[in-house]
Design a protein around this ligand. Sequence first.
Ligand code: AMP
Length: 314
Amino acid sequence: MKEQIIEKIKDFDKIIIHRHVRPDPDALGSQGGLAEILKATFPQKSIYVVGEEEPSLTFMNRMDTIEDDVYKGALVIICDTANEARISDTRYTLGDYIIKIDHHPNEDKYGDMIWVDTEASSVSEMIYEFYLYGRDNHSFKLTDKGAELLYTGIVGDTGRFLFPNATEKTMKFAGELRNYDFDLSAVYNEMYKVSLSLARLNGYVLSHFQYVDPGVGYIYLTKEVMEEFNTTPSESSLLVNTFSNVEGLKTWVFFVEEPDQIRVRLRSKGPIVNTIAAKYNGGGHPMASGATVHTIKETEQIIQDLIEACKETN
Ligand code: AMP
């Protein structure tokens, strides 16, 4: 598969790299890391990264602004995006050929070529593996900035190597990336800094989340609460793991009111939650998934589903 992707890359002079909406470090790290590799290896090609920016992550890299006609005759590569609906910048359809590179279950098989590895901790890890293959067989190059982006993506999706998706391979790759010249302290400072407002909201979440037997935690953040703490829905969503270490907790859900919908973030230490997310038109990983709902009744149903899922794993 890596060889076929490289053949396609060689065929095109223009390559536009996309990733999912509401980008996280792995979306930006895999997208930007791949762009760095391709720019360094093929300086004569035009390589672009597109999509909306997330203000808290602009320290990683910035997006290109391109006109629609750049897509004519272009190869489009989409990183870290399980389903078409979540691709940031819908112009990806204007390209000549689409490659999907992802580590989520391949339920929405979009694109002309697909490389999915659900064993990979992150797409950044896949891109580094892709680079190693390219280096050994096609003289691929990786810049310090590219290594920084891939490292940041791996750190993001493994929760600083805390989650079980961090395998021996993940650690090995991270170790190799660490040998490149970038300021790791600066990266961590940027990744994990919180505003005073968010720190205060964290306190609110810790004291107001509900626990229901046999192991479900949940909180519903209303517009009013976020206004009181002066935080946005996307910032507030970052607190999803804030009570994850509470004894007895098996699965938890974070509901965040957005202007016209309720964002649902599901997390688990055992019960499968992506099947529950799928019931509400969502999806994701077995232990980390999400959905969007519109009524309080649906949020109550999700809590009930989680209780049932916990009972089943007892
Ligand atoms: P999040 O809670 O936004 O970090 O999402 C966790 C995982 O669930 C992500 O990796 C996404 O693949 C998936 N996910 C989140 N929201 C949705 C959604 N509305 N539809 C499908 N998948 C989603």
